[in-house]
Design a protein around this ligand. Sequence first.
Ligand SMILES: [Zn+2]
Length: 329
Amino acid sequence: MTDPRQTAAALLGKIDWQSEVSGFCRCPGESLHTHPTGKKDCRVNVDGAPTIYCFHASCAPAVAASNRALRRAMGQSPWEITLPGGRVLRSGDVLQPSGTVLPRAVIQAKARAEGRDAGEAVLLASITMLATRFASEMFATFRWPFAQILSDSPLLVADRDPDHQFRTWLRLWPAHSTVWIGDVYSTGKPEHRTHFRPVADWYQIGPVMGNYTCGAAFKPGSFQRSNANIVGERFMVVESDTLAKDEVGAIFAYLHRRLKYPLHCIIDTAGKSLHAWFDAPKNPLLENRLKAGLVALGCDPKVFTHSQPVRVPGAYREGKLQRLVWLKD
Ligand SMILES: [Zn+2]
């Protein structure tokens, strides 16, 4: 039985282990990096679904090939390692931050009981763990404080007046979209149809029908803000209840620069948080994996409830303006 850490080192060279199962390594695609390489840019985990992960985007094909080689090498024979205190970790088990071993068999049994794919469940648990382990490097590498977001905006929007804010934001939607704007409870009864209108109507009306909107367009004639009524254009609105305005920007930058999700705008909610509007993932499987990672980094899982109300720019919240602070060119 081969120690999985030796298998990883045989493939990747010297590994600077940070825990029993996770460490920094040289990126197998380092020669493809288009930005300077830091010592903590690439990490390998041997627990769960064994994974090499690098902060650079340009090396992705080389990293993917190495991941296949790593999983093939480790998959050849089952292994187990004894951790301090006598805990035993077997191939596929996930080591939790608390030090507890989460056995693969338990993850798989739970998934099957819930009608989910067992292999995918192990991968999701591995993504959660990967995101938890690289969080501090991610927040340092992609740091994007609020003042920097304001000054980096391709278009200067933060000082525009409320009507101008609202109409600028409306232009993000395709002209035919039916958009909901209202207050949280402006939904569910036929009289709420007046809150579901085409973009052109809203352009005339202005930001006066409520403080909230939704990242998804609805079927024309809807009066209920539910996932069943969503059709066509959809944004992924990323937010966090726990991260400060100077912290959450790192997640926006990571999604935009590393994962290449098109960023449309960032909205200051006039409260404690910022919301970033991205293109929504097209593939439900990838969306689920992204969710596992974002939640582990401190994002609100409600991001993935498509009919979730979010703050609309141009409306006032207790005397403060909900406004765009970053807008794409
Ligand atoms: Zn790399």
